[in-house]
Design a protein around this ligand. Structure first.
Ligand code: SUD
Length: 205
């Protein structure tokens, strides 16, 4: 089994007149985050951590800020692509830890919901997701939101235990049934290959 770590960072300035979306969660606040996309600073940092862990480049190389297709895009699209990249490389997430640095809004009261939402987007349990928040004391950054993310990956071991299993079958249908019963529920086979792209034109606003 091999392991990889990844680290991601992002920052966005606050801007009036746009909704605030952090970690895929819409938050009540008088201003949102400026960006080419929806400005979701946390999902961008996590996306870069995942891509970095498998040396796949960065979010900007997949989704250039100059590309009109990503104008106001839902950042869950970027995250989904990063998840596909790590699966293609043969890895899955062990756990993820993050830090949000922003003066307001306070994250503490909604940190449970935020953890739940990020876990959902990453197909993890909430106990595998860390969300922490810091006030940017002494940094003179009260109009900026910053996010840091670290991720640990482990390789997907497909053959683990299978070589010790034997079965007999006569027809193709029976063979398929036996194979399914041997591997079904044991491994997530969808993680082994690129899925249909996680976005299409309908996803874009
Ligand atoms: C999510 C998106 C959607 O378009 O936009 P935003 O919503 O943040 O604006 C982008 O993917 C957000 O890309 P992000 O990577 O944060 O943007 P930038 O920091 O401007 O970097 C864009 C590209 O330029 C490269 N880059 C950046 C700075 C630098 N000194 N040299 C570089 O080569 C980066 O490696 C990246 O591939």
């Amino acid at each position: 089994m091999s392991m990889r770590i990844g680290y991601g960072f992002d920052s966005h300035a606050f801007k009036a007149g746009v909704p605030l979306v952090i970690g895929g969660l819409k938050m009540e606040h008088h201003e949102g985050l400026a960006g080419h996309s929806d400005g979701d600073v946390l999902l961008h940092a996590i996306t870069d951590a995942l891509l970095g862990a498998v040396s796949a480049g960065d979010i900007g190389s997949f989704f250039p800020p100059s590309d009109p297709r990503w104008k106001n895009a839902d950042s869950a699209i970027f995250l989904e692509t990063a998840l596909e990249e790590i699966a293609m490389a043969g890895y899955r997430i062990v756990n993820i830890d993050t830090v949000l640095v922003l003066a307001a809004p306070k994250i503490g009261p909604i940190s449970g919901d935020l953890r739940q939402r990020v876990a959902e987007l990453l197909h993890l349990k909430p106990s595998e997701v860390g969300i922490k928040a810091k006030t940017p004391e002494g940094l003179n950054q009260d109009h900026v939101a910053v996010a840091h993310a670290t991720v640990l990956l482990e390789s997907i071991v497909v053959s683990d235990g299978l070589e010790r299993m034997t079965a007999e079958a006569e027809s193709d249908a029976e063979i398929n049934g036996v194979v399914e019963s041997l591997i079904g529920g044991r491994h997530d086979m969808t993680a082994l290959g690129r899925k249909v792209p996680g976005f299409d034109a309908d996803d874009l606003t």
